[in-house]
Design a protein around this ligand. Structure first.
Ligand SMILES: Nc1ncnc2c1ncn2[C@@H]1O[C@H](COP(=O)(O)OP(=O)(O)OP(=O)(O)O)[C@@H](O)[C@H]1O
Length: 713
């Protein structure tokens, strides 16, 4: 698809399967003859015709291709179908032929001879680049049908075997494959990575790779979603790169209306490398050899024969699609809703005449199958493109709201809350960027040579990578490390802001704290793991960046430890303060009791030593009861209590009148206070109890009813 406007012979015109033959080159004599010039027919060389079971029949096809160049093969048999897929039609291209005849060479190719799949993907991106009026979303899946089980080649082999893909019927006669991974791709590099991973998983799952590859069918699918551009919040379509009139108008077809009145088209391009066709030969032979019969391939033959027969004789005989996984999966396409191109590969060796003839007969049958391909209708919500657009719109709306509220929030929120706010805004922006990158437009597809949709694991990059690819890898690694380091910092900050639990905190509180700490360490290990997996050059960079962040982390941890030590120190001081306060409270009560007793003995002359408002225990009673309160306020030691009885007159002072009584009574109460301190927590109970015992005759029993309750703990 180098030049727009070049489309294959059958593009949008004929509802027939495009059938081509490719003859593998050989150094030895070929058993087959083709017409000269642009060959369209093939027949057996007369010298072999006599001995062969099939008479010298001439077969006519759309194309007959020879040689090792994959480009003309792609142009002749695949290009028009890839274009059809980009225009909204389902398209299927499959390779059929005996083992070693060149199916994989044609579809996948090698470094030197790129096959149909890489060329198709290149064309798809080129198509997007020259179509500024639309936006696209591409997702790929890769599966294998082996022994009538469908394995997802993009899932890890263990889970692919444990959870084989199931085929379910869908609305409108379609089929659904689940569970099946679909990966959004934004560049050729991303596609290559998906293909490499699929091939590796296929190899991993197989003990005999060659045997398995010739017995299994592999299916590479690309789902293409597209929509006209120009909605709110989207970049306007630019016409710069589009040569007016070079792209044919989108052929008509029913489509549902998406948001903003723009339709979403969805189509699937399936590229299938079938199992070796000799595996579909007679049941009897297979049974004798004790080998597995390829049910899917046999059924494909039957289905094609019935379809051809129905089309030729205008019949509607039952078609056994459900007899095999392959035909069930291809049912919608084979029943006519897709454009189909089949390339049949031949081994020209005279020893393979029987197999080659069988291939040619299959090709002839399939040529008679009638198609009625239509564009695919999609429900808005099914389209990932629509979902992503909706999410982007929603995120942009939230962002706008935040921006509007920003000045108010700045005034209202604390520094910490503002930090959280700006982090949340940053997250929204990042998500918008990520989603936007997944949607391809003519402007963005060019810049995305490296796949940025999902950072690739460095383990997937091998020594076959180019310098440019390595640079891309490096950039992706750096970006990931930066993101993870930011996560580490914010988690560290959150950890610092947390109130620490005391040693007597509940188990669940401690568990929560542990969980939080584990979470904080996860991104760190992820960065570490990423670095460990990296190939040499990204790893070196990753280590540099990691070292830098490790130093920052270390200083953060140090700061945190210092803060913890300081907090511990403060806790100790608090404990001390508490004890001192308790001591003072006890002394205050002892003094109160003493003064009250002093008053009760009539030594205070019924006159308060201090004003009632200074007595913390009793607002009603006067006398000497106020002394301890004043004492406590001045924070004086209890022994100095007789000195500052300030508000009483010289004559009123009971201390002057009966000083002799003071030491004994006060001593008793202070002694009790000492005992209480020693008893610490048990103080309230034991002190009251002891006091009651010691002073059973004392009037204090009756004068201090609130004593026990008022002992501070
Ligand atoms: N047109 C061609 N030009 C050059 N080499 C070819 C061509 N076709 C096939 N080959 C070579 O022949 C060998 C077998 O081809 P390939 O693996 O593509 O066969 P296949 O039909 O896919 O076999 P299987 O059914 O076992 O998967 C490979 O080494 C391939 O490179």
């Amino acid at each position: 698809m180098d030049e727009p406007g070049h489309y294959g012979a059958d593009y949008g015109k004929e509802d027939k399967v495009l059938v081509s033959i490719r003859i593998r080159p050989t150094d030895a004599a070929s058993a087959w003859r083709t017409t000269d010039g642009v060959p369209k027919s093939i027949k057996l060389d007369p010298q072999y015709a006599k001995s062969a079971a099939t008479p010298s029949q001439e077969f006519q096809f759309d194309e007959i291709l020879i040689g090792s160049d994959n480009k003309p093969v792609y142009n002749a048999i695949a290009r028009s179908h890839v274009n059809a897929a980009m225009d909204g039609y389902n398209a299927v291209i499959f390779a059929y032929g005996q083992t070693a005849s060149g199916k994989t060479f044609t579809l996948t190719g090698d470094e030197e001879h790129l096959g149909i799949i890489p060329r198709a993907m290149k064309d798809i991106f080129a198509y997007i680049r020259r179509t500024p009026a639309r936006e696209y979303l591409l997702r790929c899946s890769y599966l294998e049908i082996y022994n009538e089980a469908i394995h997802d080649l993009l899932a890890p082999p263990s889970s692919a075997v444990a959870h084989p893909v199931q085929i379910q019927g869908a609305a409108g006669g379609g089929v659904l494959l689940a569970p099946l991974r679909e990966e959004v791709v934004t560049s050729l590099k991303g596609v290559h990575e998906v293909l490499r991973r699929g091939a590796r998983n296929r190899r991993t799952a197989s003990t005999d790779w060659n045997e398995r590859s010739s017995r299994s069918h592999s299916v590479f699918r690309v789902v293409i979603e597209s929509r006209e551009r120009g909605g709110a919040g989207e970049e306007p379509a630019q016409s710069g790169r589009m040569t007016p009139g070079t792209r044919p108008p989108t052929p008509g077809g029913a489509m549902l209306q998406a948001r903003a009145g723009r339709s979403v088209q969805m189509s699937v391009l399936s590229l299938i490398d079938l199992a070796g066709s000799e595996k579909a030969t007679s049941d009897k032979e297979r049974t004798r050899e004790g080998k597995y019969i390829n049910t899917s391939l046999l059924t494909l033959g039957t289905v094609i024969s019935t379809l051809a027969e129905n089309a030729a004789k205008n019949k509607s005989d039952h078609i056994p699609y459900r007899n095999s996984k392959l035909t069930r999966m291809l049912q919608p396409s084979l029943s006519g809703d897709a454009r189909i191109s089949v390339i049949c590969t031949l081994n020209p060796d005279p020893s393979a005449i029987a197999e080659s003839t069988s291939t040619l007969l299959f090709a002839q049958r399939i040529k008679r199958v009638q198609l009625h391909a239509r564009k695919t209708e999609v429900v808005d919500t099914e389209a990932l493109l629509e979902q992503y657009r909706a999410e982007i719109d929603d995120l942009r709306r939230r962002l706008a709201e935040r921006e509007k509220e920003a000045p108010e929030l700045k005034r209202r929120l604390s520094a910490r809350e503002q930090m959280d706010e700006s982090r949340a805004t940053k997250d929204i922006n990042t998500r918008i960027k990520q989603l936007t990158k997944l949607i391809l437009t003519s402007q963005t597809v060019d810049e995305m040579k490296g796949d940025q949709s999902r950072p690739e694991s460095p383990t997937k990059s091998g020594c076959e990578m180019s310098a440019h690819e390595l640079q891309q890898e490096l950039l992706a690694a750096r970006r990931q490390i930066e993101t993870q380091s930011t996560q580490i910092l914010s988690l560290e900050a959150a950890l610092l802001a947390r109130p620490r639990h005391s040693s007597d905190a509940s188990e669940s509180d401690k568990d929560d704290l542990l969980n939080e700490q584990t979470k904080a360490s996860e991104p760190r290990s992820a960065v570490k793991g990423y670095g460990e997996n990296a190939n040499v050059s990204p790893r070196a960079t990753s280590e540099d960046v990691e070292r830098e962040w490790a130093a920052k982390l270390e200083s953060e941890i140090k700061r945190r430890e210092e803060k913890e030590a300081r907090a511990e120190e403060l806790m100790k001081q608090l404990e001390k303060e508490k004890k001192l306060r308790m001591k003072l409270e006890v002394e205050r009560h002892a003094l109160t009791a003493f003064v009250k007793r002093f008053d009760a003995l009539g030594l205070g002359n019924g006159q308060p030593l201090v004003p009632a408002h200074l007595d913390p225990l009793s607002t009603a009673s006067g006398g000497a009861a106020g002394v301890p309160a004043q004492h406590q306020r001045n924070c004086l030691p209890s022994q100095e209590i007789d000195e500052p009885i300030s508000t009483a007159t010289e004559t009123d002072s009971p201390l002057r009148i009966s000083r002799a009584a003071q030491p004994r009574l006060l001593g008793e109460h202070l002694h009790a206070a000492d005992e209480l301190r020693a008893g610490n927590d048990k103080a309230s109970i034991s002190y009251a109890h002891k006091d009651a015992r010691k002073h059973s005759q004392s009037p204090m029993r009756n004068t201090s009813p609130g004593w026990k309750e008022n002992v501070p703990l």
